[in-house]
Structure formats: C-alpha cells, structure tokens
Design a protein around this ligand. Structure first.
Ligand code: FE
Length: 192
C-alpha cells in the first residue's frame, strides 16, 4: 500500500480529523504530535524483541519473568512496551502465531512498523481459520502433531512469540543469539 493510498483509508481520515480537533482545542500542537510519533518510532525495531528472546534463551529466571509479565520484563532491558504484553512460548508441542483480526494491533515498540501483509484482510481472516495453510505459504511447514495457537491482539493486549532456541547454538552469546531472531519469528510466521 502506498502512503497516498494509506492516507485515503477511512481510519486515516478519522485520525486526521481527531488530530485537527485536538490541535484546534489547544491540547497539542502539530509539532508536538509529530515529535511524539518520531520518538516512538525511533526506538521501535525488531532488535528490541530479539533482545528479549536472546535474554530469555540464556537466562531461565528472565524467561520466567518474561512469560509472566512481558511488559515488566521488557522494562528491565530499558524497553518500554507501552501496553500489556503477553509473551507466548513455542515448544515442540505448540507453535504460536499472532494476528489482530479486528484491525492491525501489533507490538510496534518491539517489532518496528508492521509489515503490510500483517494488516491485510486475507492474513487477518485466514490465519484464524486455516493457520497451518497460511504458515505453509510463509514457508513454515509444521509437523502434523504440532498444535498451532493463534493469538488475537487488541488495543489493550499485544502478543510476542518466544521462538524455540535453534539447535547447535549452545555456545552462542546473547548478542549472537539476538542476531538469529527475525521479525517473522517474533510474529510466528517463521521458526525463529
Ligand atoms: Fe488491531
């Protein structure tokens, strides 16, 4: 989707009208809103999610805290998630994948701006009904016995997948491990 097409979306027009009213009411300025968004996005990148995963792989106590309260655990690493964060862990038995069926909710701070396919109507509808087929289209073929759990995000709760640590990485340090983690792995459309 091009920026021009995005600006034509009903939701974009509604946000723009809301911004204009907030500015007209003297509650914020155009520069203030731009500055807030710039600051939010400057620190928003998949490397944040990857750091959480690498720490969880190397520090069992941190992994426990991350699964119990993602937002608090992220804050330990200086990452302010900005919302309730539930981290869902892949195992041999269960593979997790995230979606927002309603719109496009996404842990932006941990993953950067979402890919366009995440916001597409096709992904949002199909990953719920036929997750195995959708993941196969991403090149992720799961064993028939692996259960797939689909997590539907909302404005209050965002999800992040904790992928399984790849085999053969026993000696790898935290930074090298973080380098293995992809944005798709954190969404659940790739193994790691
Ligand atoms: Fe949403």
């Amino acid at each position: 989707m091009s920026p021009a097409e995005h600006a034509d979306l009903p939701v974009a027009a509604r946000v723009r009208r809301f911004e204009e009213r907030v500015i007209a009411a003297g509650l914020a300025t155009e520069a203030g809103l731009d500055g807030f968004l710039d600051a939010f996005l400057r620190d928003a990148a998949p490397v944040n999610g990857a750091r959480l995963v690498a720490r969880a792989w190397t520090d069992p106590a941190f992994r426990e805290r991350l699964l119990a309260d993602g937002r608090a655990a992220a804050a330990e690493l200086g990452i302010e998630a900005g919302y309730r964060l539930q981290v869902v862990e892949n195992t041999a038995a269960v593979h997790n994948v995230i979606v927002c069926t309603l719109c496009s909710c996404y842990p932006v701070r941990l993953l950067g701006p979402s890919p366009s396919w995440y916001k597409s109507a096709a992904y949002r509808a199909r990953v719920v009904r036929e997750p195995r087929a959708v993941l196969a289209e991403f090149g992720l073929e799961l064993p028939p016995g692996t259960e797939i759990a689909v997590w539907d995000s909302s404005s209050e709760a965002r999800y992040l997948v904790l992928p399984r640590r790849p085999d053969g990485t026993a000696g790898a340090g935290e930074e090298a491990l973080a380098g293995l983690v992809t944005r798709e792995g954190l969404i659940g459309t790739a193994p790691v």
